[in-house]
Design a protein around this ligand. Structure first.
Ligand code: GDP
Length: 445
């Protein structure tokens, strides 16, 4: 899986990382190739577009870190965006299976690997988490499928619900719950019937079973080789029964991998596991970092850039702490502070981290004290010379006008910035003199 994509991206990045300096055109060319590679891997158009946009934005706004090439930095950005795309807000959480007996509902089309995955999951829960698991097949239309699950259960050494001819899916679900409760099981897995395509009757049945079973988890099993179809199936099932996660099977095959890449972005549901073969142990927890690593094959560069950035930031912080301790605070320091705030999610982000400040942040925004102000202040400082930033007292009326015009703003705004800086510098100076800053920094370190 991902071989083609990996190969193509490898070529693009190989060239990029060798270049010493990058201009915007280089980045655009590289990203155009990344775009084509993603589309060829069957990633949806909308997801690809968002992905490229996010990378482009970060690549252009990024400060250059020492000791890595710009190309290497772009690779790191692509890697991080890939992880974000695969993972959503956070790593796929563990299955919610406390409070025994916890029902897990397995849904999906016929042939997607539902029964096999039910067995794999049962084995995993038994062997890795010491759970007592009961397997039940609800496929009333296909006695062979019921037999298949019973055989699987025997092979992996877990119990399966005895087959009773003539029962409906809902009746089986009820009996499974009863048996799971009486038998002291931790988990019971309901393997529902699939159809070749989504149809109304199938959805109705699954919805009824879900109503009765009240599953803690509803896992959709989809065939990773089917590409965009897998994503559509996920959307349909989610709309009808509400899925809590996805299992992508056949990820051991040589499919293009697009389903895996756009599943999370399109459905908002996490990929929980991937199936990597027919055997009952061939199930892995989905790990976005690892998958991104496999796709890019650029682990070394990613680690290098991370390390360089950490070192760079630590050096910068240390330098700043030393200046503060001496009571020094010029416009360069202020700019760094403003940029730090932007990085932490802007005004809202910084204030949101402080308890009770959420409301304040809103009020501040109402007063024009918001992220666009941070950006405007940074722009003003950027259009000054090095000397002026170090010593703003040098600024005369003529220069002020030019600087404001350079940032596309008016002089009043620049004056406000300078006043704010003066106030901050005064506080720093007082604290520096009393040694208060030194003590505060010591306490923080
Ligand atoms: P169901 O109809 O959804 O229950 O599908 P099955 O569980 O019967 O699986 C259909 C076929 O796919 C079987 O031959 C399985 O062995 C195979 N299969 C399931 N999962 C995987 C997987 O992750 N990789 C591979 N290579 N084959 C799989």
């Amino acid at each position: 899986m991902f071989e083609n994509l990996s190969e193509r991206l490898g070529g693009v990045f190989e060239r990029l990382s060798r270049q010493g300096a990058l201009n915007e055109a280089d980045v655009i060319t590289a990203l155009r190739e990344v775009r084509v590679a993603l589309l060829e891997a069957d990633v949806s158009l909308a997801v690809t577009r968002d992905f490229i946009k996010a990378v482009q934005k970060k690549a252009t706004g990024q400060a250059v870190t020492k000791s890595v090439t710009p190309g290497q930095q772009v690779i790191k950005i692509v890697h991080d965006e890939l992880v974000a795309m695969l993972q959503g807000e956070g790593p796929a959480e563990r299955l919610k299976i406390d409070n025994p007996p916890a029902p897990i509902l397995m849904v999906g089309l016929q042939g997607s690997g539902k029964t096999t995955t039910s067995g794999k999951l049962a084995r995993r829960l038994k062997e890795r988490e010491g759970k007592k698991v009961l397997l039940a097949s609800l496929d009333t239309q296909r006695p062979a499928a019921m037999e298949q699950l019973a055989i699987l259960a025997t092979q992996i050494g877990v119990d399966s619900l005895p087959i009773v001819a003539g029962e409906s899916a809902v009746q089986i679900a009820k009996r499974a719950k009863q048996q799971a409760t009486l038998g002291g099981y931790d988990v019971y897995i309901l393997d529902t019937a699939g159809r070749l395509q989504i149809d109304v009757a199938l959805m109705e049945e699954v919805a009824q079973v879900s109503q009765i079973a009240q599953p803690r988890e509803t896992l959709l099993v989809v065939d990773g080789l089917t590409g965009q179809v897998a994503v559509e199936v996920a959307q349909e099932f989610d709309a009808k029964v509400g899925i809590t996660g996805v299992v992508l099977t056949r990820m051991d095959g040589d499919g293009r991998g697009g389903a895996a890449l756009s599943m999370r972005a399109v459905t908002g549901k996490p990929i929980r596991f991937v199936g990597l073969g027919e055997k009952s142990e061939a199930l892995e927890v989905f790990d976005a970092e690892r998958v991104a690593g496999r796709i890019l094959g650029m682990g070394d560069i990613v680690a290098l850039v991370e390390k360089a950035r950490e070192t760079f930031e630590a050096e910068q912080a240390e330098r700043m702490a030393k200046r503060f301790a001496k009571g020094l605070f010029n416009l360069n320091d202020m700019k760094m502070q403003l940029e730090q705030m932007m990085k932490m999610g802007g005004m809202q982000g910084v204030m949101g981290m402080l308890p009770g400040m959420g409301k304040m942040a809103k009020a501040a925004e109402g007063a024009g004290f918001d992220d666009t102000m941070l950006k405007r202040q940074i722009a003003l400082i950027n259009s000054m010379t090095k000397k002026e930033r170090a010593n703003p007292d040098l600024l005369q009326a003529g220069r002020k006008k030019r600087i404001a015009a350079g940032a596309g703003l008016d002089v009043a705004e620049l004056n406000r910035l300078l006043k704010m800086h003066r106030q901050m510098a005064d506080v720093m100076k007082k604290m520096g003199k009393g040694g208060m800053m030194k003590q505060a920094i010591k306490m923080m370190m």
